[in-house]
Design a binder for this molecule. Sequence first.
Ligand code: ASP
Length: 405
Amino acid sequence: MTQKKKPALSTQIFIALLLAIGAGIALTGNPDFATNYIKPFGTIFLNLIKWIVCPLVFFSIMAGVVSMRDIRKVGAIGGKTVVYYLCTTAFAVAIGLFFANIFKGTFPVLSTTDLKYEPSATSVNFMDTLVNIFPSNFVKPFVDANMLQIIVASLLIGFALIMVSEKFDNIDFQAVEIMNEICMKVMEMILRLSPVGVFCLLCPVVAVNGPSVLGSLLKVLLVAYLCYIIHAVVIYSASVSVLGGMSPLTFFKGMMPAIIMAFSSASSVGTLPLNLECTEKLGADREVASFVLPLGATINMDGTAIYQGVCSVFIASCFGISLTFPQMLTIVLTATLASIGTAGVPGAGMVMLAMVLQSVGLPVEGIALVAGVDRIFDMGRTVVNITGDASCAIVVSNSERRKKA
Ligand code: ASP
């Protein structure tokens, strides 16, 4: 008797997405059930991912660095990656500002007297953000899951390993590679649960944010989603086809499982393992992907930058303020830098929006206007964030291959 073949993981994830939307709509009258009994299973899934992601990023970046065996090569790849990330992010904010300005006539001017937003204790000051990149304790970055600090630590130790190997005549780096493989294996095991995770994460979001909540915010959500789509379709299609030598259709098709995961989890870091898998299947070099993607999941946030551009214009118009051109340039700059400091976890972009608003003197309380539907913004911006990282892995892999040829 032939055994029935299980559908591919990507198909299972897609089915889970459709089921979650259906079940979420059915439960809009009773969101408590979804929140109390379905969401916890999504939380378990995310907790497992959060548990493994710190060692995964640490060993993956270190393995990426040592596999290049040459600090100059790491510098060259790192340089290309950072330039790509900064340019695409600046484009993203500009697209957000441009379209939000076109549609700003349709945004409401609100009576804003009852707005209350308590800025979180998280620092949004630029200099503090800069200082916080560097760890002051060896284990604390892991305890706090502070990705930027983990990246700094893994780069320093990776560089040191290369230098030490030169001194001691080629020690081999098997231990790092084994640790990396172990983390990947654990991740693979957790990822088998993604269809259940996707269902349990998405269903409560749909149930809680039923159609009525969207009401007046529908326009700003639509503008943000329009920009997400334009940025992905225009910028990433152009870069993967011109610089990466790949058809955009192949790229987006191959990225589908990671895109669905990003949409459901609203976490770039949580999507990292699936993103690694998808980009490698698409033909990105492992040594490049394992360096570029963890870095991108932490410092490259094009979707978040779009959201910040759109929301700045939206909040300004709600308060009856019109942004000047220099103010918009300031937003491009701060949102690009803010995206470096934004953690790849749900809701982080909204905290950094405070920094962007402050930079041009807009009232931070305006965040209260968009906070209620932040999750819906977040799902879309995370998709753009991870797709941008993947496009960079394809582009850099291709340029490295051409250099070798
Ligand atoms: N949730 C986003 C991410 O993980 C960050 C954000 O809130 O904008 O990429």
